[in-house]
Design a protein around this ligand. Structure first.
Ligand code: WQD
Length: 346
């Protein structure tokens, strides 16, 4: 029996595949490589010494998705596949709704057809909108502030409705806070297309000399140093949370949401200092205007995952920074083999 991992070549998907294989699971990966590279699939095998089936298909291709379930004895699904750029979703809402929602509907219809009703869904803390109080627990009101976040919220609601219609479903909704870091082999990691939107890949590209300096989006927030505070969590801890959620959905029915965060917030300027200490590299930065739509503070109350999944993040901010840096240094151009010529580090 195998675990189907949709989006298994992506940042969190690839790290979860490594943990699944290391734990003895058989996996099947589905990925359309729109936001990932086939090289990541090879690296997963290199790290684990194990091979597995992967299909280069789009979840929107119902016929091909059906073939995966026909050809493989799937027992459960971990569903990462989806577009995830907040800013882009504002300009391309129809693409985000079609890709994320319709793709999930095709997946669930096919799962139902083959009586596979155990699902771990990659949700996001973005479904909390801007709560204005902290730490954030799963019973907080839900509110989406952009089309990307709305797709996550809509999918959570669709999965709740699915369970109401058929109580044999078992679903875990995993709400990620801010994943950073990389597997300590330095072989897999975050590989953003173009200029990174997220803080850590931007920092590592400044440190390696690919980008000139970090723009700190505002220092007038009501925080200790004025810069934004987030709950950064090591991607390997996040992957481990998926295995615990898989165990939970394998032994119960129902739909439950879980925050996957550390419960501790760090400001942007604290992250810069932590990274400089961990890497030994300077990260030049300048303070610029706050980014529209950014919350001042966002960090998790992870107690529900601790109690019900027996999971807690264990890696500290220094490990997160060191592992992010090792990935960047080993892979200056991510999974692309071509080496771009760029300014040598300062
Ligand atoms: C973190 C902090 C920025 C870049 C996003 C998505 C969220 C989730 C995680 C998918 C903030 C500051 C950032 C930069 C900066 N993704 N920053 N300069 O916005 O918390 O969450 O990624 O689920 O849905 O919204 O992450 O890394 O963009 O920002 O100062 O160049 O770093 O203002 O305080 P965010 P982020």
């Amino acid at each position: 029996m195998a675990i189907l991992v949709t989006g298994g070549a992506g940042y969190i998907g690839s790290h979860t595949c490594v943990e699944l294989l290391n734990a003895g699971y058989e996996i099947v990966v589905l990925d359309n490589f729109i936001n990932s590279k086939p090289e990541a699939i090879k690296r997963i095998s290199e790290i684990t010494g194990q091979s597995f089936k992967s299909y280069n298909i789009d979840l929107l291709d119902e016929k091909k998705v059906n073939e995966i379930f026909l050809e493989n004895a799937i027992e459960a699904v971990i569903h990462f596949a989806g577009l995830k750029a907040v800013g882009e979703s504002v300009y391309l809402p129809l693409r985000y709704y079609h890709n994320n929602i319709t793709g999930t509907l095709v997946l669930c219809e096919t799962m139902k057809k083959y009586n596979v009703k155990k699902l771990v869904f990659s949700s996001s803390a973005t479904v909390y909108g801007m709560p204005g109080k902290f730490p954030i627990s799963e019973d907080f009101p839900l509110e989406a502030l952009n089309p990307y976040g709305r797709t996550k919220l809509m999918i959570e609601e669709i999965l709740h409705d699915l369970y109401v219609s058929d109580n044999s479903w078992s679903v875990a909704l995993l709400r990620y806070f801010n994943p950073i870091g990389a597997h300590d082999s330095g072989l897999i990691g975050e590989d953003p297309n173009g200029i990174p939107n997220n803080l850590m890949p931007y920092i590592t590209q400044v440190a390696v000399g690919k980008l000139e300096e970090l723009n700190v989006f505002g220092n007038q927030y009501p925080t200790k140093d004025g810069s934004g505070v987030r709950d950064y969590i090591h991607v390997v801890d996040l992957a481990a949370g998926h295995l615990k959620a898989l165990q939970k959905v394998s032994n119960s029915t129902g739909v439950e949401a879980y925050n996957l965060g550390t419960g501790k917030g760090y400001s942007v300027l604290e992250m810069v200092s932590a990274f400089e200490k961990a890497s030994g590299k300077k990260v030049p930065y300048k303070i610029v205007e706050a980014r529209p739509g950014d919350a001042a503070v966002c960090y998790a109350d992870p107690v529900k995952a601790k109690q019900e999944l027996k999971w807690a993040a264990v890696k500290n901010i220094n490990e997160m920074c060191k592992d992010s840096w090792r990935w960047q240094v080993n892979n200056p151009n991510g999974y692309d083999n071509k080496i771009e010529v760029f300014q040598s580090p300062h």
